[in-house]
Design a protein around this ligand. Structure first.
Ligand code: NAD
Ligand code: IPM
Ligand code: MN
Length: 354
């Protein structure tokens, strides 16, 4: 099975973690029927400095002609906010990647790293955030003037329906018995529309329980009783925020993975973290968020939950032997980005050979 994979390494720690994602893809192509062609599609702050654009047309063309995009992170501390990052929004908007899937699962071996006391972890954390990815404040309708600034939080019926429907279908596929909707319907009109549509669509899923929680309260519930949640559907801005909170619950922001998806079309897989300027270039970034994004790529774009599972198991096995510094354990080796990637790749190799 031939697949073309566009590669955007990006800025800061982006190239460091993406190289480990590619390492995993190469193991899969070595040991299975998959055959991957990698095509570089540079974008971001460094590219902007060189060419005056954060997403050269040539790069975007390569992305559009690929099956999927593996993406690092964009952003440089010495550039004004948004100069590099707006390329991400352009890709999400122009490719209509309306689903942002962000799972957070606490591996048993990382229970000791979770910042919560055992009683709050309960029987574990395994949540998937389904974040709307093209509407709301991220439509980028607004203006910045000297004495005022505005953004329009615009949601459409079509936009809400398709993401909420996906959330229910996802829950059904995963055997979840509840979908939680997170909004701010007590104050925001777009949330009122969202909530109405959430309940309309839920009518078609008699076996799935529903619940509505306001975003402020949800942030509290997420650390008070994370074991209560399975599929969580929410809007663009809220999804951005709660997914960082969720990622830290499973050990580190470096563990958070994501897929920016339009089923059947070119989709983009990336860790949820940014370019991490405070650790970039040191070779210590955690590559697991990127590697788990590759896992999502197999599950959601290549329809292969088997390989997804193998990657997941390889990560779990590796975590029992070594850790990057953000999730380090006194009793285990502390590894560089490359060594952590090697360890996971070796675990995957032996699993795929077996
Ligand atoms: P960040 O996610 O880059 O970093 C926040 C904290 O998490 C830092 O302490 C960092 O060291 C740590 N961290 C992040 N990734 C890690 C990893 N893989 N391993 C270990 N620790 C990790 O967020 P920030 O500092 O707010 O943003 C830095 C830049 O990245 C900004 O320009 C921002 O706009 C951009 N950004 C880009 C994306 C993206 O490209 N998708 C996402 C978020 C932020
Ligand atoms: C993310 C990032 C992006 C977002 C930014 C960098 C545009 O924070 O992917 O979580 O807000 O969606
Ligand atoms: Mn974010």
């Amino acid at each position: 099975m031939k697949k073309i994979i566009a590669i955007t390494r990006g800025d800061g720690c982006g190239p460091e973690v993406v190289n480990e994602g590619i390492k995993i893809l190469k193991i899969v192509s070595e040991l299975t029927d998959y055959d991957f062609e990698f095509r570089d599609a540079p974008a971001g702050g460094e590219v902007w400095k060189k060419y005056g654009t954060n997403l050269p047309e040539k790069s975007f063309d390569i992305i559009k002609k690929s099956d999927v995009l593996l993406f690092g992170a964009l952003g440089l501390p010495n550039l004004p906010p948004g100069v590099a990052e707006s390329a991400i929004l352009k890709i999400r908007q122009d490719l209509d990647l309306y689903i942002n899937l962000r799972p957070v699962k606490l591996y048993n071996v990382l229970r000791e790293i979770c910042p919560l006391k055992d009683e709050f972890i309960g029987d574990g954390i395994d949540i998937t955030f389904v974040r709307e990815n093209t509407e709301g404040l991220y439509k980028n309708i607004g203006k910045l003037e000297k004495d005022s600034a505005e953004n329009l939080m615009l949601y459409t019926r079509k936009g809400c329906e398709r993401i909420i429907k996906f959330a229910f279908e996802f829950a059904k596929r995963k055997g979840h018995n509840k979908v939680t909707s997170v909004d701010k319907a007590n104050i925001l009109k777009p949330s009122q529309l969202w909530r109405q549509i959430f309940h309309e669509i839920s009518e078609n899923y008699a076996n799935i329980e529903t619940e509505d929680i306001y975003i402020d309260s949800f942030c509290q519930w997420l650390i008070r009783a994370p074991y209560k949640f399975q599929t969580v559907a929410t809007g663009n801005m809220f999804g951005d925020i709660i997914s960082d909170e969720g990622a830290f619950l499973i050990g580190s922001l470096g563990m958070g993975s994501s897929g920016n998806i339009h089923p059947g079309k070119v989709s983009m897989y990336e860790p949820i973290h940014g370019s991490a300027p405070d650790i970039a270039g040191k070779g210590i970034a955690n590559p697991i968020g990127t590697i788990l994004s590759v896992k999502l790529m197999f599950e959601e774009s290549f329809n292969s939950s088997e390989i997804g599972n193998e990657i997941d198991n390889a990560v779990e096995a590796a975590l029992q032997e070594g850790r990057t510094v953000d999730i380090e354990s006194k009793s285990l080796k502390t590894l560089s980005t490359v060594k952590m990637g090697d360890l996971i790749a070796n675990k995957l190799k032996s699993r795929l050979k077996a």
